[in-house]
Design a protein around this ligand. Structure first.
Ligand SMILES: CC(C)(COP(=O)(O)OP(=O)(O)OC[C@H]1O[C@@H](n2cnc3c(N)ncnc32)[C@H](O)[C@@H]1OP(=O)(O)O)[C@@H](O)C(=O)NCCC(=O)NCCS
Length: 185
């Protein structure tokens, strides 16, 4: 099995494959993302994203900033990504981690498995810092992010809008073993 694929047995005994996202996954990825937008969950977006927008965002062609999908019975049931926090060279070893699971497939360990796989990949790809952004609610999500080893490192006051109200956005960081980028000479 390649380092990019992990085979996991979910709590209910079904097999889950986690692998690098491919162009043909984009429609399912966009559907799961748009489902989260429609449910006002974590995306900070109000309008659905097209498949093309999702593809351009996640399929960067750069292995260090890529998407991963979780597949069960040949169906994409969740996805996650390492995306650039900021498009500047000094942030090359920092990535934002996002994870989305299809609403009908939740609470079965898919999100946990995706996060674990992507954090392992980020470590292998020499990232130094992972960032996760979440609203202060739901509280269980904040707790789950902490249980993944992320530390709360700041709050962006009123940085997002949720259900028509300005909300604080909490920023979490996980330090990995990757080398920080070479300083400019
Ligand atoms: C967050 C999300 C990815 C979790 O996916 P999931 O497959 O349901 O998660 P899991 O079953 O692996 O559970 C992960 C952890 O969260 C907890 N959890 C998940 N859903 C929960 C809920 N509704 N209530 C309380 N705890 C919950 C689980 O108990 C588990 O805890 P652990 O730390 O003991 O492992 C999913 O709810 C989702 O896609 N939400 C919308 C997008 C989002 O908010 N993404 C995160 C920020 S980018």
């Amino acid at each position: 099995m390649s380092a990019n694929v992990s085979e996991i047995w979910a709590g209910d005994g079904t097999r889950l494959d986690i692998r690098l996202m491919r162009p043909e996954d984009v429609p399912a990825v966009a559907q799961i993302y748009n489902e989260a937008i429609a449910r006002s969950e974590s995306t900070n977006e109000f309008e659905p994203r097209t498949r093309e927008q999702c593809g351009d965002w996640i399929l960067t062609g750069d292995e260090r900033f890529s998407g991963y999908v979780a597949e069960r019975d040949d169906q994409v049931v969740g996805w996650g990504a390492l995306t650039r926090l900021y498009p500047r060279a000094a942030y090359d070893a920092t990535a934002e981690l996002s994870v989305y699971v299809s609403a009908g497939q939740r609470r079965g360990g898919i999100g946990r498995a995706l996060s674990a796989h992507i954090v392992d990949r980020a470590r292998a790809l020499d990232h130094h810092l992972l960032i996760a952004f979440v609203f202060a609610h739901p509280e269980w999500l904040v707790d789950a992010v902490r249980r993944r080893g992320f530390d709360h490192c700041g709050t962006l006051p009123e940085a997002g809008i949720w259900r028509a109200t300005l909300r604080d956005v909490m920023m979490f960081a996980l330090r990995l073993d990757g080398r920080p980028p070479e300083p400019a000479r």
